[in-house]
Structures are given as structure tokens and as C-alpha cells.
Design a protein around this ligand. Sequence first.
Ligand code: 3HC
Length: 694
Amino acid sequence: MTDVRDAPTTTSPISTRKHGDVLIVLSNNPPVNALSTAVRQGLVDAIEQAEADDSVHAVVITCEGNTFFAGADITEFGKPPQQPWLPAVVDRIEACTKPVVAAIHGTALGGGLEVALSCHYRVAVPSAKMGTPEVKLGLLPGAGGTQRLPRVAGVRKALEMCATGNPIGAKEGFACGLIDRLIEEDDLIPHAVGYAEEVRDVRPLPKSSEREYKINECDPSVFDDFLKENARRFRGFEAPLKNVEAVKLACSRPYAEGAIEERKMFMELMTGQQSAAQRYFFFAERKANKIEGLPENTEPRPIHRVGVIGAGTMGGGISMNFLSAGIPVTIVEMGQEALDRGTGLMRKNYEATASKGRMTAEQVEKAMGYLQPTLDFAALADCDLIIEAVYENMDVKKEVFGRLDKIAKPGAILASNTSYLNINEIAASISRPADVVGMHFFSPANVMKLLEVVRGDKTAPDVLLTAMGLGKKIRKVPVVAGVCHGFIGNRMLMPRQIEATKLLLEGATPEQVDRVHVDFGMPMGPFQMADLAGVDIGWHRDPNRVENVRDALCAIDRWGQKKGAGFYDYDERRRPTPSPVVQQIIEDFAKKQGVERREISDQEIVERTLYTMINEGAKILEEGIAQRASDIDVVWVYGYGWPVYRGGPMFWADSEGLAKIVDGLNRQEARMRSDFSFSKLLLNKAENGEKFTS
Ligand code: 3HC
């Protein structure tokens, strides 16, 4: 067989060539073969060509590059739609009078999977993945996907795929009937052509839209069960519920009617605020990876071994990220007991993952095999990157960096996991400040996706590039931050916490403040978060020095969930209830400080806690601490669970209108902390009717 990839190219992203009596339709639309207008038109033309040519008896649709069609072209969303529309394209493919085979490698996603579903047959290499990630963009598959997928793969599988957006592998696709044949890697097109030849005379053509048995045998309780199982995960989101509704329609209506309803729901979601926020966030996340002001030709430094100082919760979690990615780690502790405890916990965490079926026992051993635990600081000498995760204190950090300065090899990157401290001051204390960078992981470090990469004044460009690239390699979402107290995320947390605590004295309860945040879509409110993280974090540890509510709680051992008591009381299953003790402490403090208590409205809580965060975000932007507003949004969605359907704090502020934010802050200014000040950027933008994110 000739190499069909030598096909002549045309100006259209779709080219065709014949192999025997099979027409091969090849898409070449980098980087991900998105289904742009030209691709859609090319597909229709190719099907017309196949039908018009009597010498063609079957068709294979496939793609060049890394992937099969990864979906509709998201950059076209929100613009006037161009013909031919995808639903018409897929219907045209299915209506072809000659068998059409989709040959899949990489990822068949969204509209890409809908194209595959409209083909009469689907073959794939084992590494291929299929999915309907539209829900992650606040959408549902809008080109027949919710109607064809349950008919082909079964209702339960379709529900899972559409409502969660998680892809499945080709082997799973084969098992559920989505894929008709698995084909050896690297041999896709010739075998797909062979398959097309095998089925060329089979009639009637198997059309996904006409398959009934999988939807007929569906148990109607599947929908409620599925929603119950996922209630927490879907809280606040519109799209998952619409996806479920659409799949349900497939079971109760003929295909054509279901497809019309699907389209209506798709358009409803597309024009809604949640999808706008989620589509914005898709690009925000990708933009965060781009570093501004980096000299051209900057190359990353090679990283073969990572050193981690400290085997506590943080050091252990950080190490696991590298081990999971196959990067050897030397982990150093001061005492054998702490070292054993730390490595033991890492193993336990891996084993817990394995027990949930998300890792095999071999993978656990493989990951742990990359770990070299030691008490010998000098063992860090052969590491290319060393991250310290020691006690959060400037003197302690400087001491560690001083020792590293003596033993680290030339060119090694020296990183601090500090969450607040000044990276410039740490860098200035050693002889190689250009090698110093902040790598701020969020706890639990093996789980949380966010990584703030802190660029010091002297950090070398290649050091920054390496840290960002490595972040991606260990499957984090890295965001560049400048040096300031708390960087992007924690700095914005501070004004929120201050106002939340002030509100307690003025008459709000912890439950009310937390409820407002949870209703907004946050996973938890400020006091639930304090209880989870530990009320004692940063406490001066003197029970006789009681200057605020937090000191009072710490003084009586109410350190949060770990002690069974904090802002709330906890039962043995860590379920919270409001605490009369805490209420009394709050009221006593209010009295002592002469604060008049009053009824606090939910709106005031929003304005004083969330609007102040926006103000701080604007300062972060005007000071150049964040490269762009969307980076702040990425930090808050991945680091603190800001609801992605609100895009992130800066996008949310834009959608509320910046004038409204300024009005709210003006209304509250007299009640807020005395050192509150407006961001000039926020005021200017509000006055000029501008936005942060566009
Ligand atoms: N449309 C337009 N651009 C897209 C795109 C799409 N569907 N998918 C990816 N891109 C762009 C990215 O923005 C990025 O651009 P950049 O280089 O300028 O930043 C570039 O392609 C590469 O993307 P990634 O950095 O994400 O590359 P990866 O290799 O890490 O991942 C991928 C590849 C798994 C395909 C991932 O890009 C992805 O998940 N894409 C989105 C898939 C998706 O959501 N499809 C559904 C679209 S909605 C739809 O189909 C509606 C239909 O039902 C009607």
C-alpha cells in the first residue's frame, strides 16, 4: 500500500485521495483539527465527491497531526455562525449512500466525536480517546451527540461522558460499542482502508441515529440515580443538568425530534452567562502558560533529578508530583523518624489512590522507586532543582538557602515553596540570586492543580521558563506571579478574611458568611476554610495574648477541624454545627471594642468580602504582580475553588460591571477596615466603562 500521507495538499484543510475504490478524506487543520468553517465545508464537499464518483465504494475520514477532530472551533463561538453548520454536516455524512469509516487517533472530542458518530463505522488506535467535553465549556454536544451517543454506547455511558465531560479510552470505547475495531498504533490509515473494503457491500448502512435497542433497554431510574450520585459535583452548574435532560430525550423521542430539542438547548446554553465564563476560562488557562518579557531563544534548563527539603505534608505532597511524572526525587529531613513518617505517608497516599482503582500496584512501586530519602543534606548536590518546604520563617529559609548555596551544583535551580515571604530577600542572601525562584504549591500539594511560580527581580529567564515548563509536566496549572506579600492568591484572601471577621463583630454569624460564599458557588466559606486549614496557622502561640476572635479561639484550643472545634463544633464525622461558645466570644469582643451589633444583609457580605477581593486583584494587576487579569482568575479557580461558571473573580467583576463594584465599595467604605484604599485601575476602568478581561 502506498503511503497515503504523501497526498498532495490543497488550500482547503480537507484533501482527498483515492486508494482503490476507497476515498480517503484527510483533514489538516493544526493544531487540533478543530472543525472550522473550511473544515466543515471540506467534509461536505468530500462526501458529495464520493457520491458523485462511481468508482468510489467507501469513504475513510481521518486527520493529520496529533489528533482526530478535537471539536468545533471554539474561537468561532459568539460570532455569527457560518454555513454549513455542524448538525447539517454530520447529517450529510450519515446520509451518504456509501459506507463511511472514521479512523481515529489522538482525541475525538465534542464535534469531532459527533463526526465520528455520524460515520457508519469507527476504528481507532488503542491510545485514542473519545469524549464530549462540551459540558466543560458550559455546553452540550450540539450536533446530535446527545442523541447518537446513547444509541451507540448505551445510556449510562452517554450520561457519564456528556455530563462529566471526561473522555474514555479506545479500549473502553470498543467494549461499549462506540468503536468497531481497534487497530495497531502507527498503522491506522491502511487498516482503516482495509476495514472500509471489508464493509463496502454491507447494506443497510448502520446509522447511529436509527439504532434503538440500547435506548429501548434503558432503565428509566438511571437518570435520577446518576443525578443523585453527582449532586455535589454538579452544584451550581447549568450544563450538566441540560446534558442529562438531552440524553433522557434520546430515550423518549424519535431521533429527529430529540436532535431539534438538543439544538435548542445548545443555543440556550451558548448564549448564557455560564458558558461565556467557561469558554473564557478555557483560553485563560492556556494563556497563563505564556510568559511575558522572556527573551527569544530562552531554553529551559534540563531537570533530571529534583531535591525536596522537608518531608512534612507539603514536602511529601510536592515530591509525589515529580515521582508520578517519573522524575527522581531526593528528599531530605533532619531526623529519621520524620523522614520515615513522611515517606510512609507518601506510600499511604499512593496506596489509597490504587485502592480506588486509579493506579496499579506496579505504578505505586514504580513511583516510590524514584524516591531517595536521606538525612544527608549533601545528597542534594546532584539535583538540578531543589525545592525547600521548611517552616515558614525568613530566618529559617535564609539558613537553608545559605547551605544550598554551598552544596548545590552550578546551574541548579533553587526554589522556595513559601506562601508569603519575599523571594527577593531570600535571593539577595545568597551568591546566585538569578537561580532563585518561588514555586508555591497549594495544599494538598499532590492534589491541587495550581502552582504559583514566583518571579523574583533577579530570577533568570531560563529559570522561570524551566519552573513553568516543569509545572506543566507534573500536570499542574502554573501561573507567573511577582513578589509581594502572599503573591496573587493569598494576597487576595487577606482583605476577604479581614472583612469577614469584622462582619462577625458587627452582627453576622460564621454560618451566614459561609453560606453566602457557598451559595455563590465557592466550595466553602472563609470560616469553614479556616477550620479546615487550622485556625492556629500564623498564631503567635501565646494563650495569654488575646487581641481578637482568632486569638481567643486558639487560646482555648479551638484550632479547627483537627481539634474537633474551631469556628464551628465538629462531631466525630467532622460534621459542623454552630457553636454557642464561639458566638459568646464574638459578642464579648464586640462589646469590648464598642462595636454596635446589627442585622447584616447577604448583599453587604458580598460587597465587603468579594468586592474587596476584586479591588485587591486590581491592585495586583496595576502593580504588575499578575501578568494579566485572566491569570488571577486561573489562580482563584484552581487554587481556591472559585466557581468556573463565574469565570474567576476578575471575569465575574466584568460581568457584574465595574461601576457596580465601585458603587458597592463606596457604600461599604465607612464600615470597612480603616486602611482600605481603592485601586486606581479599578476606578479608572469603572469610570471609562472598561473591563479587566478584554
Ligand atoms: N477550538 C479552537 N482552538 C482550540 C480547540 C478548539 N476546539 N482546542 C484546542 N484549541 C487550541 C488551544 O487554544 C491552543 O491554542 P494556543 O496554542 O494558541 O494556546 C492549541 O489549540 C493547543 O491546545 P492545548 O494547549 O489544549 O493542547 P493539548 O495538546 O494540551 O490538548 C486537546 C489538546 C486535548 C485537544 C485540548 O486542546 C482540548 O481539550 N481542546 C478542547 C476540546 C473541546 O472542548 N472540544 C469541544 C468543543 S465544543 C463542540 O465541539 C461543540 C459541538 O458539540 C457542536
